[in-house]
Design a protein around this ligand. Sequence first.
Ligand SMILES: O=P(O)(O)OC[C@H]1O[C@](O)(CO)[C@@H](O)[C@@H]1O
Length: 526
Amino acid sequence: MPTTPADAVAAAWDHIESLPRPTLRELFSTERDGGEGYDEPGGAERVAMLSGRIEWGEDETAGGVLFDWSKTHLDSTLLAGFEKLAEARGFAQQRAALLGAEKVNVTEGRAATHTAERGTGKDSDVEEADALHQRMRLLVEAIHGGAMGEVKHLIHVGIGGSALGPALAIDALTRDLELVDVHVVSNIDGVALEQAFAACDPATTMVAVASKTFTTIETMTNAASVLKWLGEGGVSDPSGRVVALTASPEKAVEWGVDETRILPFKETVGGRYSLWSSIGFPVALAVGWDEFEAMLAGAQAVDRHFAETEGRVNLPLRAAFADRYYARVRGCQTRAVFAYDERLGLFPDYLQQLEMESNGKRVAADMQPVDEPTAAITWGGVGTDAQHAVFQLLHQGTHLVPVDFIASIAPGDALDPAHHRILLMNCFAQGAALMAGDKGTDPAHHFPGDRPSATILADDLDAATLGALIAFHEHRVFAGAVLMGINPFDQFGVELGKSMAKAIEAGDSDFDASTAGLVEAAGLTA
Ligand SMILES: O=P(O)(O)OC[C@H]1O[C@](O)(CO)[C@@H](O)[C@@H]1O
């Protein structure tokens, strides 16, 4: 019997790693049902065991998403093994600590209260988030009502977590109606900002400066350039057009933003988890307050499921079981996500930060080195485009890449239904083909098959669904972190490069010969 948690974790892994590895075809075979020494459900029973829906709302607000993990190698013995691992890692306690606003971000000594922004968590945090949302709502509605003159455009400057969520949500939700034309600009490369300028008229443009810290060099440089552009475009008081979205309101005041246009959020809301806070201001401005709230409601439905469901039927936890299995047992270094929905084109980018900045770590929360591969390198694209670009490797390459497919049953377009039918058929066919493989007539035409995928199928892609999809992945990442014993809420790995950039700017010459040569070649020497 294991005596310490570390022993229990090691024992759980020993067990998982010792389990037989049937192929997906074998796992789906109904002939194995109840066979001697083997009572694994196959066929439709397997699909029922490894699929689940999360639902929300009533009548016209009702919706849901199906999470089908049956085309992965998870089976009931692996699920039981991973349940033991979750227990050994104290998953239930860690989840309670997260939702109870304990200091789960141990390296920075603070809680992670992003779920409170959508109504899940400690009462005092939920109340505080509500009050801040009301402040944001008033400003959004005042702008819509013309209190700040005619506002046709918003240039939202921010980077990383202060940009990826707004960019995704605006791209996904404004295909039919955009109340204000929003341009999210993150890159310091001035080309990005010039592109936004070309599409906006200074006379009718506002600017949102989104930065948790209000110190990020890219954002502050871009913000200053937008103010200059407004001034040069004839706006008499450019800073009167600024809204600051930040957890450092005092810095925004110092920078010159009027307090009435500062929308604060709490320090305990991590950057890559901040879409639900005032960082979502451009989304509310573009789609309206009700839609923004619908997004929060979809996320809250997933929170409820995550908080109240135990073991293998907890869908984000189950996804994390598969993620850990492929990373550690099958040696998969990457995981790919393909959105079979043009509106989710930015979802892979969003997930990259969420997964890789959260779980791309090498030490555990107790500062000990981790003894397993951490976050999978997350990448992806949009189907069907990706099929004609990267799927060759997925089907026949030497890497085993677990794939997630995301699609919506309801179409996003009003064209001939053939478009959506062909889109969905292709999505489902790819998962089937990856799993089944094909002997082929010769080695070049051979598909090995047995390649795993998961399918996330939404009833429709509306604001609530988007909220649910994002929250599902937040909890999947958290569950993965718990299974590894790491802290997903810090990101010290981004600091070294930042400080070296500052050193180059300061004219520090103490660099390796290659870097010094590049600095000189580009004429950056002070
Ligand atoms: O919102 P801020 O403070 O400008 O930070 C932007 C981004 O930079 C990072 O700190 C990484 O450099 C992210 O975690 C964060 O989302």
